[in-house]
Design a protein around this ligand. Structure first.
Ligand SMILES: Nc1ncnc2c1ncn2[C@@H]1O[C@H](COP(=O)(O)OP(=O)(O)OP(=O)(O)O)[C@@H](O)[C@H]1O
Length: 548
């Protein structure tokens, strides 16, 4: 049912046409069997020509409507999966960063990959399922036409069959839902396998402990629930098929004892039941796939709801304020939830005023809140309390997207794109090459139509490449989070003594999170954080203004 709602959301008109055509096709297929059964039982007495024309008409109708229904359903289902993938990705990117961090990437990845895959497997079955269902309904209509009383008995049998199948399916579904819960943990462990390969390879006992206590434990729980779930489904499918044989046996051997059935009716039943066995078998064997898709859709829905709750206002940012005068933060705070730590860490309340053309060092011990403050300053976190204003324009949910466009940032855990996305410079390649020369990467990396020739570089070189994007963005405020930490002494010196002052002299405000205390003297201003609060805000040149 959830799958139908999911498809209806994509296009209910297309679904209507597809289901209508499917039923016409299934009905005409069942009609063909009825016709064959009649032709056999009437022998030579019936008009062969009339039956032949009826037969040809039904074949043409079954063929045309079957193709129409399948083509529509294939398009509809593929469209639905396409939109689901895009919707989820958009929702994730449109959600508050703090919320995404709380959910964790394994959960997001599990839904984007496994759940979407389960749904797409089920929707692939939909066209065939629809035709099969239509055949079964058509067949049942023929049975009604043959005899009401037999139909009622078959119905009784069907209720018992469906009831027992539903019970077994529910049990299987429960187990699959439990297995799906384990999948988020499994993905987390797989990330450890890929991201922590070096650490695991270097330490035999750690590797064994991880494999045994983490991965194996979770994989075993997943296996237990999956096995139980799939066993229930296997029993359901075998039971479903047996019930069908039971129905045939009942009509053939038991029913003649209770009521008189002429040969035409009996042969009609047997032919129809035998014909319906294949579609019934397909319907029963697609139940596990549908059930898994139901579990996946539950997960997709709960993720969607959770993302919707924390959705940011979508706006198209207007033109940037390149000549800004004053960026003010008043009493801003951000607290992390306590669940991951003994006590929850909070930054603020912080009062801060930034001006253009300042080189500001943001310093402090590990865990003092520098990166958290950086996310608050750049608008990635909206403050729990307090206010932000750019040239007296308050930053709210409505203009936060616009506000963020004022920052070029390289985070400590930066992501390097393999092409220069979203940049529309006229001579992008030439400009990129100029910066690559400055960054001393021109011998390693070339840029062709915005595509970087490689990103397989040393960590220090990858960081230099991340500067290329920041330079090309050329926004009014730059922020570097421990950028120089893995640069060689020569390049580190170049970064602090040339690159940063050059940016400042171009009128940019440059915020540098750094532990390199022997370069602190180059700063116009040093802001030191201690456990989420400003310990001091020291202005070293008269043109800077500090507000603490
Ligand atoms: N996503 C998060 N969820 C919960 N707590 C977090 C999260 N990110 C950071 N923290 C906590 O906030 C505190 C400050 O972290 P932050 O990264 O801001 O410090 P930092 O000053 O940049 O440290 P470092 O110099 O080591 O990079 C830490 O105690 C950390 O555990």
């Amino acid at each position: 049912m959830k799958l139908i709602t999911f498809l209806i959301r994509s296009s209910w008109q297309m679904l209507e046409i597809a289901i209508g055509a499917g039923f016409l096709s299934g009905g005409s297929s069942a009609g063909l069997i009825a016709l064959i059964s009649r032709a056999i039982s009437q022998g030579t007495t019936a008009s062969v020509t009339a039956l032949g024309f009826a037969f040809l008409g039904l074949v043409a109708l079954a063929l045309a409507t079957s193709i129409l229904s399948q083509v529509m359903l294939i398009r509809l289902s593929q469209d639905a999966v396409f939109h689901l993938r895009l919707r989820l990705s958009r929702q994730i990117l449109g959600s508050k960063l703090a919320h995404l961090e709380r959910m964790g990437s394994p959960r997001l990845l599990a839904t984007l990959t496994d759940d979407v895959q389960s749904v797409s497997e089920a929707v692939r079955l939909m066209p065939f399922l629809c035709i099969d269902l239509a055949m079964v309904f058509g067949g049942l209509a023929y049975i009604i036409w043959l005899s009401w009383s037999v139909f009622l008995m078959v119905c009784l049998l069907t209720v018992v069959a469906l009831g027992s199948c539903q019970f077994l399916l529910n049990q299987g579904r429960k187990q699959l839902a439990l297995a799906r819960d384990q999948q988020d943990h499994l993905l987390k462990h797989f990330r450890t396998v890929t991201d922590g390969t070096k650490e695991l390879k270097l330490h035999y006992r750690r590797r064994q402990a991880f494999l045994r206590e983490d991965l194996q434990d979770t994989a075993a729980t997943f296996r237990r629930h999956s096995t139980q779930g799939l066993t229930f489904f296997a029993i359901t499918s075998t039971w479903g098929k047996l019930i069908f044989f039971f129905a045939v046996g009942f009509v053939m051997f038991a029913l003649p004892k209770f009521m008189t059935l002429d040969l035409q009716t009996l042969s009609g039943y047997i032919l129809m039941f035998t014909y319906l066995m294949v579609p019934m078998e397909r319907i029963v064997s697609s139940l596990p796939v549908l059930s898994r898709a139901g579990v996946a859709l539950d997960k997709v829905e709960s993720l969607g709801l959770s993302l919707e709750d924390s959705a940011e206002t979508e706006t198209i940012p207007g033109s940037l304020r390149h000549h800004w005068q004053c960026l003010r933060f008043q009493g801003i705070t951000h607290a992390y939830p306590a669940e991951r730590e003994d006590s929850n860490f909070a930054v603020g309340p912080i009062d801060l005023t930034l001006e253009p053309g300042q080189l500001i060092f943001l310093v402090g011990g590990n865990g003092s809140g520098k990166s958290t403050l950086a996310k608050l300053i750049t608008g990635l976190y909206s403050p729990d309390q307090g206010s932000v204003s750019l040239d007296d324009e308050p930053i709210t949910d409505e203009n936060r997207e616009w506000y963020r466009q004022h920052f070029s940032v390289v985070f400590a855990d930066f992501y390097l794109f393999d092409r220069l996305l979203g940049l529309d410079h006229e001579n992008l390649d030439a400009e990129a090459h100029k910066y690559l020369q400055q960054l001393r990467l021109d011998h390693k990396v070339t840029v062709n139509h915005g595509h970087l020739s490689t990103t397989f570089l040393s960590q220090g070189q990858r960081k230099r490449l991340s500067l290329l994007t920041a330079y090309l963005e050329d926004r009014p405020i730059f922020l570097f989070d421990e950028w120089a930490s893995d640069q060689d002494p020569i390049f580190k010196d170049l970064f602090y003594t040339q690159f940063l002052p050059q940016l400042r002299d171009q009128g940019k405000t440059v915020l540098v999170i750094s532990h390199d205390d022997h370069y602190f003297e180059l700063a116009d201003r040093i802001i030191k954080l201690d456990y989420g609060h400003i310990e001091y805000d020291q202005v070293k040149q008269p043109r800077s203004v500090s507000v603490v």
